[in-house]
Ligand binder design. Structure first.
Ligand SMILES: [Zn+2]
Length: 355
């Protein structure tokens, strides 16, 4: 992978951006895009766009959501403890004992997720799964009044963490779902700019996927506003190459084995076939994934925009989704951008995707 995109990816991964508060992440993205795109802009919801070849055809929308799951301050009690609700889907088990950065009007407020010590956990309580409603964030305040002076209801937060490299070419980070997709669409745009494309190519870092990819996410209005002829959505998907996952149920997806191409009713056959052909031409290994109905990603929103948009979903394998340490392979990230860049370069002028 070019160090350029790797450095961008790590900067993007470390920028906090829970759904509805993606500006820090999309600012990094827009600054990187401005170095080569013909135009960079945002819409009213905060989706960020970058385009090349505006006179070209078809118009391709490549979307990767820039938000991540987070926490929102729900209640501050009179002892100064902060109670939170999830922004997006949490497994509360992974929050226990974590450090939290709360993003407030006055700056970042550090907190820790508290929990009764093992010595005070009696009987069956030790066996029970922790629920989010039973966890509190301790910001070190000595009273409710002090806590309320530092943190406000509705402030959001993320787990404090920084990206680390694991083994040979793996990255572990909190926000891999889906800062990786936002980085890939931008890198695919850069590659298309370098290789040339007949298409008008627009990369989009979408917002609010984690709180409603179909009904409320930014991809819906982003696609409506852009009115693309075809969409490529890049997200992460579950790698199943670790213990305790049943492959018969969840498929066999592995880190380092390349981008994952989804097949199913929501995915346009011609676009999928075109991506497969590009992979073959370029010698890029891909993995396949069955999606008989909805995809559970921005692809559903882009597909259902206006009178319908043909879409494909290209995913980067990700271990430990929605945990503080999600893991991707840098080679997979790179190959995903390369695959889409190759497909864009090979698109015919005015390409049409009707059967
Ligand atoms: Zn997610």
């Amino acid at each position: 992978m070019a160090t350029e995109i790797q450095d961008l990816l790590i900067t993007l991964l470390d920028a906090p951006g829970p759904s509805g508060h993606e500006t820090r992440a999309t600012t990094v993205w827009r600054e990187a895009a401005a170095k080569f795109a013909d135009r960079v802009w945002t819409d009213i919801h905060g989706n960020a766009f970058a385009e090349i070849n505006p006179e070209g055809s078809p118009t391709v929308m490549m979307a990767g959501h820039a938000d991540e799951i987070g926490l929102m301050v729900n209640h501050i009690d009179d002892d100064g403890y902060v109670w939170v609700v999830g922004v997006g889907g949490w497994d509360a088990q992974v929050l226990v004992g974590q450090r939290i950065d709360l993003l407030t009007a006055g700056g970042t407020v550090a907190g820790v997720v508290g929990r009764r010590a093992i010595h005070m956990i009696r009987g069956d309580d030790g066996e029970k799964a922790v629920k989010l409603k039973d966890l509190w964030v301790d910001i070190g305040a000595s009273s409710g009044e002090e806590a309320r002076s530092r943190v406000e209801i509705g402030d959001v937060g993320v787990i404090r963490s920084d990206t680390i490299e694991l083994g040979e070419g793996l990255l572990a980070a909190r926000s891999i779902d889906n800062r990786v997709g936002a980085a890939v669409v931008l890198d695919a745009l850069r590659r298309a700019a370098g290789r040339g494309s007949a298409a008008h190519v627009v990369a989009c870092a979408t917002v609010q996927e984690e709180i409603g990819y179909l009904a409320a996410g930014g991809a819906r209005t982003g696609a409506y506003g852009l009115d693309p002829d075809v969409g490529i959505v890049v997200d992460v998907t579950h790698a199943t190459d670790h213990p305790t996952v049943e492959k018969k149920e969840h498929g066999d997806v592995r880190l380092g084995k390349g981008p994952v191409l989804a097949r199913g009713a929501a995915l346009n056959r011609q676009v999928v076939a075109g991506l497969k052909a590009s992979a073959e031409d370029e010698g890029i290994a891909i993995q396949l994934q069955a999606m008989p109905a909805m995809t559970g990603t921005d692809a559903d929103a882009v597909r259902m925009s206006r009178a319908g948009v043909p879409v494909a979903l290209v995913s980067v394998p990700n271990r430990y989704m929605h945990s503080p340490n999600q893991i991707v392979s840098i080679a997979d990230v790179d190959a995903t951008a390369e695959l889409i860049g190759a497909w864009l370069a090979g698109l015919d002028d005015g390409a049409d995707f009707h059967d």
